[in-house]
Design a protein around this ligand. Structure first.
Ligand SMILES: Nc1ncnc2c1ncn2[C@@H]1O[C@H](COP(=O)(O)OP(=O)(O)OP(=O)(O)O)[C@@H](O)[C@H]1O
Length: 234
């Protein structure tokens, strides 16, 4: 399997007055093409910091970060902006849909930023919401809004989809729907999907699980027999 993103001795330090906070402390990792990677770790362990760095939303204090052969740590703002725009899709816990736009208009926003956007109707269809395309976010359940947010992220046609607690605000049925879609995009559409979660059971459906603690990667475990998303006990 090809390496999509690679970090070498990546550190992120926040200065709080006299104190240095090591949100990430010299971590090295590889993220593969079309894998589903789950990142687990206690609150404050550095999960979001890692996701933000992998997504080009934050810069490293030291270390190296590569997207394929491109050295993102050397490239400056312009390269990071291109990388974020062309290669990365984001899904957040609270959907972040535009309330005054319908579902299809929200998904279609991707066309404004992407070089090679996918068809908005097809994307809504692939998350099972074509029939709701003219509904506004307030007319959709939390799970449906999250599926629209995923369709929007994927309509940009990114290589990697980064999800920060995507099921954090959802009931178990809606969570499984969302997880099924994320699994489908990694398996069928060959996208890399990274999910940060507090829900340890979601790790059972991952291809690999990264455990983070105190700004360090404790271990990365390959899952020989990932379970189906609908078997995840939430
Ligand atoms: N902008 C910032 N300024 C100062 N410290 C920060 C900043 N962002 C994060 N930190 C600190 O870095 C550490 C890692 O934070 P991070 O948000 O990555 O953890 P997390 O594992 O995602 O936590 P949670 O599960 O609660 O979201 C924490 O100690 C946090 O307080």
């Amino acid at each position: 399997m090809g390496v999509l993103v690679k970090g070498e001795n990546v550190s992120k330090v926040y200065k709080m007055g006299e104190v240095d906070i090591y949100a990430l402390s010299s971590v090295s990792f590889e993220i593969y093409d079309s894998e589903l990677l789950v990142i687990l770790g206690p609150s404050g362990s550095g999960k979001s910091t890692l996701l933000n760095i992998v997504g080009g939303m934050d810069t490293l204090t030291s270390g190296e970060l590569y997207y394929r052969e491109k050295a993102l740590h050397k490239g400056g703002r312009r390269l990071l902006t291109e990388y974020r725009r062309d290669a990365v899709g984001f899904v957040f816990q609270f959907y972040n849909l535009m309330p005054n736009l319908t579902a299809i208009e929200n998904v279609d926003l991707a066309r404004e930023i992407s070089q090679s956007p996918l068809n908005a109707e097809q994307m809504l269809d692939s998350v099972g919401l074509l029939a709701r395309k003219d509904h506004f976010p307030a007319q959709l359940s939390g799970g449906e809004q999250q599926r629209v947010a995923i369709a929007r992220a994927l309509a940009k046609n990114p290589e990697i989809l980064l999800c920060d607690e995507p099921t954090g605000a959802l009931d178990s049925t809606s969570s499984r729907e969302v997880l099924k879609i994320l699994r489908k995009f990694s398996t069928e559409f060959k996208k890399t999907v990274i999910i940060i979660t507090h829900e340890a059971s979601i790790a059972n459906m991952a291809d690999r699980v990264m455990y983070i603690r105190d700004g360090k990667i404790e271990k990365i475990v390959k899952n020989e027999n990932p379970i189906g998303a609908d078997e995840v006990v939430l």
